[in-house]
Design a protein around this ligand. Structure first.
Ligand code: PGA
Length: 259
């Protein structure tokens, strides 16, 4: 059986200036060495990427961006491309976050273009999907998830090479983001299992066994162990709690609570 390494990823959103970003990385970095089979990633705002990359040094923390444009360059005022992110030290990019979908009207078609660009340009996409409260209450969770997967991963589904096994998916129920309301381990596992089954059907067993599926939505030191103990949950995408060094360090060390 393939063992997947957990990934704890911090999505800083539009928070922290350069100085605060560097300070936060410097607080987290010394706590990476004693982690066992757990990867750590942070996604600061664009303006902090360069300085954070320097501060990361060889600590092993991975660097991600929160968004990107699908073209390499051109007349796209206000946008950032994959090659620019790579130059700043990024290996990963969060795509299709519900805040981008809802507040900035990003559609699955557009997210599919971004996933394609990331893969072609050598960045690892962290594709976010998730239902709203209304959709959950109307029993539409699985339809919504399937639809988002079908359409945001259209390029990869048609790609002869399939989906790179390094691709990361993140299930983030919209009703749990920034609300303090978390899906229970069981609720999240149900959806993660559905997503892994979808990968198996669309791609193959090997891809389904290797692709990591993160959970996001009010992850904190108290609920992380329950979530991470679920068989199909391979890590967390952490918003609010990733901005506080003590909370994020506790979340990274969720295994101490599993013992
Ligand atoms: P939250 O955000 O942990 O603050 O709920 C998670 C996310 O939006 O990725």
């Amino acid at each position: 059986m393939i063992k997947r390494r957990h990934l704890i990823a911090g999505n800083w959103k539009m928070n922290l200036d350069v100085k605060e970003s560097v300070k936060l990385v410097e607080s987290i970095a010394p706590h990476i060495a004693d982690l066992d089979e757990v990867d750590v990633l942070i996604a600061p705002p664009f303006t902090s990427l360069g300085a954070v990359n320097n501060a990361i040094g060889n600590s092993g923390i991975k660097l991600g961006a929160q968004n990107m444009h699908w073209e390499m360059n051109g007349a796209y005022t206000g946008e950032i491309s994959g090659p620019m992110l790579k130059e700043a030290g990024c290996t990963h990019v969060i795509l299709g976050h519900s805040e981008r979908r809802i507040l900035f009207k990003e559609t699955d078609d557009l997210i599919d273009l971004k996933v394609k660009a990331a893969v072609v340009q050598g960045l690892i996409p962290i594709l976010c999907i998730g239902e709203t409260l209304e959709e959950r209450e109307n029993g539409k969770t699985f339809d919504v998830i399937k639809n988002q997967l079908d359409n945001s991963l259209l390029y990869l589904r048609k790609n002869n090479a399939g989906m790179p096994v390094s691709t990361i998916l993140a299930y983030e129920p919209v009703w749990a983001i920034g609300t303090g309301r978390t899906a229970s381990g069981e609720q999240a596992q149900e959806v993660h299992h559905f997503i892994r089954k979808w990968i198996k059907e669309e791609f193959n067993d090997e891809t389904a066994a290797r692709v990591r599926i993160l959970y996001g939505g009010s992850v904190n030191p108290d609920n992380v162990a329950d979530l991470m103990s679920q068989p199909d949950i391979d890590g967390g995408l952490v918003g609010g709690a990733s901005l506080k060094a003590d909370l994020f360090i506790k979340i990274m060390h969720f295994q101490n609570k599993l013992l």
